[in-house]
Design a protein around this ligand. Structure first.
Ligand code: MTE
Ligand code: MO
Length: 335
C-alpha cells in the first residue's frame, strides 16, 4: 500500500452537472465537467507519485509521472457518464459530458509487463479511502475485463481537454475506459493489478451491480457489473418550458452508447408518433448529434421525447431505468 493519502476535502464530493439544455458544446469545457468522489479528494504529490503494474504479470514494474509522460501518448474523445445512484439504477441522473482524454494505452503497459496465462481482469486501485454508505475501504477499487482491451482506447490518462487533470478529476492519472460508465474510471490511480477473478471491493460487489429480473426458471439470477454504457439521448433544444411561437422549429440533442448509436427517433406529441432524426457519425467514443425539423406541431402544451438505438439493437425504455428517455415539455403558441 502507498503512504496513506490526505483527503482534502474528505467525504462525498460532487459538482453539479450541466442540465441537458445547457450541453451546447460538442466537447464539454473542463470547468463545466461534473465531478463525483465517494470518499474525498486525495492530495497527491506529483514528485513522489508512482503507478505499479503488478499481479499476474511476468515483469511487474513501477512508473513515475515523468516516465509515464515519456511513453507514447494517445488522445481519445469519449463520453463520460456517471451511472447514477450506486444502489438505485432506476433513476436517470443524466450526469454526462464529452471530453478528450490523453494518456498511455493500457495495452502497451500490459504488453511491457507480460500478462500471464489465465489472467482475465485488471483491478484498478485509487488513492482515496474511507467510508461511503456505511462501508469502509482502504482504497477505491474497480475492475475491467481484459477482453475490453481488444477494442482499444483504454488509457492511463493524465490530461483532459489538453490540460493536466485537475485534482478533483484524478490528478495525476486515472484510468479511462471509453464506453464504460464513469464509475469505472478510477481517479488517483496508483496500482493496476492483473487477476484471474473479479475484484472483491464493495465498489465491485455491492455498489454498481444491477440485479437481473427474476424469471420463472431463475428466481435469483444474480447481478451484472455496471460497465458498458446503455443507449441514451438528451434533448438540448428546445429547453424545458420554452414557449415556441411557430409550428415549425428545430429539435436537436446528443445520443450515445458504448456500441455507438445507429438510430434516433423523436416525438413531438408525447410518444403518439415517432420520426427519424438525422444522426451524425461518432468520433472515437464520442456522443453523436441528432437533429430533426419539427413541422406543423399543434398549438398548446406538448411533450417532446427522443429515443436512441445502439448498433446492437438495444434501445431506451420510457421510464424506470438509468437510461430512460428524456422528456421536455414546451408550449407552442401562435406567432
Ligand atoms: N478513485 C476514485 N475514482 C472514481 C470515483 C471515486 O469515488 N474514487 N468515483 C467514480 C464515479 S462514480 C464517477 S461518475 C467518476 C466521476 O469522474 P469525474 O469526477 O472526473 O467527473 O469517477 C469515478 N472514479
Ligand atoms: Mo458515478
Amino acid at each position: 500500500m502507498p503512504k496513506r493519502s490526505t483527503l482534502d476535502p474528505s467525504g462525498f464530493f460532487r459538482r453539479i452537472p450541466l442540465l441537458p439544455h445547457q450541453l451546447h458544446d460538442a466537447v464539454t469545457p473542463t470547468r463545466d465537467f461534473f465531478a463525483v468522489a465517494h470518499l474525498g479528494i486525495p492530495r497527491v504529490d506529483a514528485a513522489t507519485w508512482t503507478l505499479e503494474v503488478a499481479g499476474l504479470v511476468e515483469r511487474p514494474f513501477t512508473l513515475t509521472l515523468d516516465a509515464l509522460r515519456a511513453l507514447p501518448k494517445r488522445d481519445v474523445q469519449s463520453i463520460h457518464e456517471c451511472a447514477g445512484y450506486p444502489r438505485n439504477p432506476a433513476i436517470a441522473a443524466r450526469r454526462i459530458a464529452n471530453v478528450v482524454w490523453s494518456g498511455v494505452d493500457l495495452r502497451d503497459l500490459l504488453t511491457t509487463a507480460g500478462v500471464k496465462a489465465g489472467a482475465k481482469y485488471v483491478w484498478l486501485h485509487g488513492l482515496d479511502h474511507g467510508a461511503y454508505d456505511g462501508t469502509e475501504v482502504d482504497s477505491y477499487v474497480k475492475d475491467m475485463p481484459l477482453v475490453r482491451l481488444d477494442d482499444g482506447g483504454v488509457l492511463v490518462a493524465y490530461e483532459i481537454n489538453g490540460e493536466p487533470l485537475p485534482r478533483e478529476h484524478g490528478f495525476p492519472a486515472r484510468l479511462v475506459i471509453p464506453g464504460y460508465y464513469g464509475t469505472n474510471a478510477v481517479k488517483w490511480l496508483w496500482r493496476l493489478e492483473v487477476a484471474d477473478q473479479r475484484a472483491t471491493s464493495p465498489y465491485t460487489t455491492v455498489f454498481y451491480n444491477d440485479h437481473l429480473p427474476a424469471t420463472a426458471t431463475d428466481p435469483t439470477p444474480g447481478t451484472v457489473p455496471v460497465w458498458e454504457v446503455a443507449p441514451e439521448s438528451v434533448i438540448v433544444s428546445p429547453a424545458p418550458d420554452e414557449i415556441i411561437a411557430r409550428s415549425t422549429f428545430d429539435m436537436w440533442g446528443w445520443a450515445w452508447a458504448a456500441a455507438g448509436v445507429r438510430e434516433v427517433v423523436v416525438s413531438t406529441d408525447n410518444g403518439g408518433t415517432w420520426h427519424a432524426a438525422e444522426v451524425e457519425k461518432r468520433c472515437d467514443w464520442s456522443w453523436q448529434r441528432f437533429h430533426y425539423t419539427a413541422r406543423d406541431v399543434a398549438m398548446g402544451t406538448t411533450t417532446m421525447l427522443s429515443r436512441a438505438t445502439d448498433n446492437n439493437g438495444a434501445t431506451q425504455p420510457l421510464s424506470g431505468w438509468r437510461n430512460h428517455m428524456h422528456a421536455v415539455q414546451v408550449r407552442i403558441s401562435s406567432p
